[in-house]
Structure formats: C-alpha cells, structure tokens
Design a protein around this ligand. Structure first.
Ligand code: FES
Ligand code: FES
Length: 162
C-alpha cells in the first residue's frame, strides 16, 4: 500500500498485519516516535494522521486513510534547506522541558495537534488536552508552561502574518 509520511510517499507491504508504530520505527527508521506501553494508554507513540493526534501503537497499518506526520516532519524546511522548529518544539527546547525525553515526542505531537485546533487555550484546556500523555519523569508543570508559551508564539505569528 502507498502511504504518505512527512510529505514523502512510501510503498509498504500490507502483510503481516502490524501497527503503524512498527512500520515507522522498524521499517522506515523514524525512531523519533517512541514505544511506551504498546496498548494505547501512555501517548509516547503519538503521531498525526490528517492533523489528528493518534496513537500509532494501536493504529493498524491498513486502516490508515490519510497523511501521516511524525516528529521528524514537524519542523518546516525552507527551499534553501533552513529548518525552523514548530513553536511547540521551540518552546519545549527553550524551557528545557524534558528529563529522560522518552515521552516528549508524543507530548509535542499531541500539543501541536491541540494548538492547531485551539490556538488560544486557557490553562484548564491545556491540562485537559495533555492529560492522557504520561510522563514518568513528572515534567507536567513544564509541559503545561511550554504549551502555553507555544500558543503565545503561534498567536504572534498569526498577528505578524495579517
Ligand atoms: S506506546 Fe502507544 S500509547 Fe503507549
Ligand atoms: S521526560 Fe521522561 S518520561 Fe517524560
């Protein structure tokens, strides 16, 4: 089957049946997406399908109908090759959010999908949106702050663009 991931088209065998996460990590080498629980609970494996945050460990390959984006495809790349991090990535970096970092790709992908839908969230909305992504290092306070910071950054970009 054909699958578009981060703007590139791949030809991927449909069998044996396997979740998207296995394909990303083991077949395509896109190891930025992490394996945590493998059961849809922790959020470490979150990617976007058509802009929606989904858990790739419980997403069967053959059910995918749309474009996949992983953490590797979140930055924008200009024609001259210049890479610009997504505001969520930039905020997580500036605020030094991660400890071990294992959950962070999923946190960032969840936050990016959330802010695309709700660019001016209040604190409660951020907590709720991020509440199903677990961090064993307990970085929740910094995660919340960085998502709020990214929202401010996105709002500034919008104003500048108008
Ligand atoms: S590894 Fe997918 S939700 Fe935990
Ligand atoms: S930074 Fe270690 S699990 Fe979140």
């Amino acid at each position: 089957m054909k699958l578009t991931i981060n703007g590139d088209e791949y030809d991927i065998a449909e069998s044996p049946p396997r979740p998207l996460l296995w394909v990303l990590r083991d077949e395509l080498g896109l190891t930025g997406t992490k394996f945590g629980c493998g059961a849809g609970f922790c959020g470490a494996c979150t990617v976007h399908i058509n802009g929606e945050a989904v858990r790739s460990c419980v997403t069967p390959l053959t059910t995918i109908n749309g474009e996949v984006r992983t953490i590797e495809g979140l930055p924008t790349v200009a024609d001259d090759g210049m890479i610009t991090l997504h505001p969520v990535q930039q905020a997580f970096l500036e605020d030094q959010v991660p400890q071990c970092s294992w959950c962070m790709s999923g946190q960032i992908m969840t936050a990016a999908a959330f802010l695309a839908k709700n660019p001016i969230p209040n604190e409660n909305e951020i907590v709720e949106a991020m509440g199903e992504n677990y961090c064993r290092c307990g970085c929740y306070f910094r995660i919340k702050g960085a998502v709020a910071k990214a929202a401010e950054q996105l709002a500034t970009q919008e104003e500048t663009a108008v």
